[in-house]
Write a protein that binds this ligand. Structure first.
Ligand code: IPE
Ligand code: IPE
Ligand code: MG
Length: 264
């Protein structure tokens, strides 16, 4: 009996497992408007192969290119990835230095193609924490793609959700000090207008790779009602097929936003 059931499950899994079949299974009318990805597990991927952690980060850039391309093809409105957190400075200097160089090199290499694909790039986070050279690179990419109308691609660097809230609080306090508003008049919309992601839809779907089930200080305001999707796959091994699997799963979720199900 068990064997029979197991056999059945195995064959039905196989049936829907190919990339194309998963893609066909995506209900385009129920796609997330904003997908956010915590690209985790680069180090574990590299260690598992007896390589240095940096090799995992380099390989992770290739995965990002593939998944970003899929987001473009699906016309996802906003796509935000966590590339470096405010806490990641705690890592060894050599790893941090490697990441900084990887950001600069990858951006220089990929910018033309991203621009051609109509991608609008934005770097979110406390950008003044980076070298003037990198800040200039980030700024140049944003300016160059500002008039594009395709996917809004946000790269979170030196980003922390709590740090973003601190920056929002400081901006609002400045507004109060300047007499532009009163504390009692502060609204959720005003907070939204000061976010790094201001003007973009809230996050609908968070994907985190590599098995840990936490947000690690990512987009804490924007994910208030996000659906969460986790996989054990390390980021460098994450595929388009798995991305589509997350989207199919998302399309089946019953999002009630505190109300009652519309399904019944
Ligand atoms: C995510 O992979 C990338 C960054 C945080 C920059 P990790 O480097 O955290 O990989 P693990 O979690 O140690 O495997
Ligand atoms: C989150 O991953 C940050 C990025 C993916 C850039 P971490 O590896 O830094 O998160 P923790 O330390 O496991 O929570
Ligand atoms: Mg990690």
């Amino acid at each position: 009996m068990l064997k029979k059931l197991f056999g059945k499950k195995k064959s039905s899994n196989k049936q829907i497992n190919t990339e194309k079949e998963l893609l066909d299974n995506i209900d385009r009318s129920r796609l997330p408007r904003h997908v956010a990805i915590i690209m985790d597990g680069n180090g574990r991927w590299a260690s598992g192969k007896g390589m240095v952690r940096s090799a995992g980060h380099a390989s992770g850039v290739k995965t990002l290119k593939t998944i970003l391309r899929a987001a473009v093809d699906l016309k996802i409105e906003a796509f935000t990835v966590y590339a470096f957190s405010t806490e990641n400075w705690k890592r060894p200097t050599a790893e941090v230095d490697f990441l900084m160089k990887l950001f600069a090199d990858s951006l220089a290499r990929e910018l033309d193609e991203m621009d051609e694909l109509g991608i609008r790039i934005k770097f979110i986070g406390r950008l003044d924490g980076f070298s003037p050279y990198l800040q200039e690179q980030f700024d140049n990419a944003c300016r160059r793609t500002a008039d594009n109308t395709g996917v809004r691609f946000n790269v979170a660097v030196n980003y922390g959700g709590q740090d973003e809230m601190v920056r929002v609080a400081q901006a609002l306090a400045e507004d109060v000090k300047a007499g532009k508003t009163l504390p009692e008049d502060i609204t959720a919309d005003m907070i939204e207008s000061h976010l790094d992601t201001s003007g973009m839809p809230p996050v609908d779907l968070v994907i985190r790779t590599s098995g840990d089930m936490r947000l690690s200080n990512f987009l804490i305001w924007q994910t208030a009602y996000a659906e969460l999707w986790f996989t054990d796959t390390n980021w460098p091994d994450f595929t388009k097929a798995e991305f589509f699997e997350a989207l199919v799963d998302f399309s089946k979720r019953d999002r009630r936003f505190g109300g009652l199900s519309k399904k019944k």
